[in-house]
Design a protein around this ligand. Structure first.
Ligand SMILES: CC(C)(COP(=O)(O)OP(=O)(O)OC[C@H]1O[C@@H](n2cnc3c(N)ncnc32)[C@H](O)[C@@H]1OP(=O)(O)O)[C@@H](O)C(=O)NCCC(=O)NCCS
Length: 408
């Protein structure tokens, strides 16, 4: 934006990130995309555990590389009070503090909200946990899929109605919780702008997952507890035809939710008369005759090249999506043109591709130029000198005390 001096909307906001794996690190990642400055404190000796997930090169896991770009890594042994003091020295400069240990762990590092607030009452502190900070499950550790299990989501997410549930291939819940945390942080900063007050945010994988329910909770209550949601399998009977068909090259997801769209699909299939046929004209009739509808559509798909199917669906304004694999998605011209995929440099892996920033602002049309994810402890000296004004002698002393690695 001409004349706009800010790097992005959160330019000038300083974030302290003491996080592991995905749900916590992803928050700092999103805040960096919005222009924030993020210091990531990593626990010695090995730092964020995601460094070892899908290690493409030793200690350089893809999960870490994705969720920690642009962060400054400060490696500390936070079991030592003197190392905790370093973090406490940083707190007065910090606007947002994000952590995702199991409840209780951050307080054992001397960094619970009461201690943090006493040092900086303007801080917005965000904890992400599996089950939240209160309640009978609060103490327990958990990951995305554990939250999804307790939330009644994994039971219906995938798999055939009468078969076993299936395991998801991506961590949707971690990223969803991080997006909710990022939204909450934004509103807490807005509140601070109006009142001067910071606050504590309690975000959990369970709450985040459970929030997706609509019919399940309502029908459960209204049925007196007898209603049981089922996995849809390939087709949902809410609307017919809606679900996953087999195209010649890919599976194809169809969403024919409106009768007018059914009419258009019939035109695309070269059978416009079926749009008005009494057995199929309304969704109610198509639900009754679903197997016939599925066969009509599948026969058309079997007989028609997939690019022609997609062209006709586009021409008749019908929502459809080929189930691309991730490589095909990354190479799709639409993704490339919009910057949904971007090429970045990694000091260890070389040139890699990553998803582009998901939040777009008209006042900040250009994405932030985010450097690569840090090496472990890469910024120790820089942070201690530039943020805290420690002298070289003091830093060497702290090093000799073993604050940057585990004692013993
Ligand atoms: C991710 C999780 C399951 C890992 O469990 P865990 O390894 O047992 O870690 P906890 O957070 O329970 O902490 C237990 C101890 O490990 C230590 N620890 C945690 N991560 C560490 C790390 N990367 N390096 C060194 N020590 C670490 C903690 O300091 C704590 O020490 P203490 O008990 O002596 O005080 C847990 O942190 C958790 O439930 N987090 C909240 C939900 C979440 O974000 N899950 C991950 C989604 S991607």
């Amino acid at each position: 934006m001409a004349g706009n001096k800010q790097k992005h909307i959160l330019d000038g906001i300083k974030v302290l990130d003491i996080t592991n794996v995905i749900a916590g690190p992803s928050v700092g990642n999103l805040l960096i995309e919005l222009g924030a400055d993020v210091i990531k404190v990593e626990l010695s000796p090995t730092g964020d555990r995601a460094r070892f997930i899908d290690p493409i090169k030793p200690g350089r896991g893809s999960t870490f590389v994705k969720h920690n770009r642009g962060k400054k890594s400060l490696l500390l042994d936070l079991k030592q009070p003197a190392a905790q003091t370093i973090v406490k020295d940083l707190l007065p400069q910090i606007d947002v503090f994000v952590e995702n240990f199991a409840p209780g762990a951050i307080a054992r590092m001397g960094l619970g909200y009461d201690s943090v607030k006493a040092i900086n009452p303007r801080i917005v502190m965000c904890s992400i946990s599996a089950f939240g900070q209160t309640g009978p499950l609060a103490h327990a550790p958990g990951y995305d899929y554990i939250g999804a299990s307790y939330a009644g989501v994994l039971d219906v997410l995938g798999g055939e109605p009468d078969g076993a549930p299936t395991f998801p291939g991506v961590a949707i819940g971690d990223v969803m919780a991080s997006v909710q945390a990022t939204a909450a942080i934004g509103y807490a900063l807005y509140h601070r702008e109006r009142t001067g007050a910071g606050q504590y945010l309690d975000i959990s994988l369970l709450d985040s997952y459970f929030y997706v329910h609509d019919r399940g909770t309502i029908r459960h209550k209204l049925s007196g507890g007898t209603f049981r949601m089922k996995r849809p399998g390939r087709f949902t009977r809410d609307f017919v035809p809606q679900g996953i068909f087999k195209g010649r090259d890919h599976y194809l997801c169809f969403m024919v939710a409106l009768d007018k769209v059914w009419g258009n699909l019939c035109k695309a299939m070269g059978k416009p008369e079926l749009g008005r046929h009494p057995d199929f004209a309304t969704n109610a009739k198509r639900q009754e005759n679903a197997e016939q509808v599925y066969k009509l559509v599948q026969d058309w798909l079997d007989a028609t090249p997939e690019d022609e199917v997609l062209r006709l669906m586009d021409e008749y304004h019908i929502p459809v999506g080929p189930l691309l694999n991730v490589g095909e998605a990354a190479e799709h011209p639409h993704m490339i043109q919009r910057g949904t995929i971007r090429t970045v440099q990694d000091p260890v892996l070389g040139e890699i591709e990553l998803p582009g920033p998901p939040m777009r602002f008209s006042e900040f049309p250009d994405p932030v130029d985010v450097p690569a994810a840090p090496l472990l402890g890469e910024h120790n000296r820089m942070i201690l000198k530039e943020y805290l004004g420690y002298s070289d002698e003091k830093i060497e002393q702290l090093e000799a005390q073993g604050l940057f690695r585990k004692k013993g």
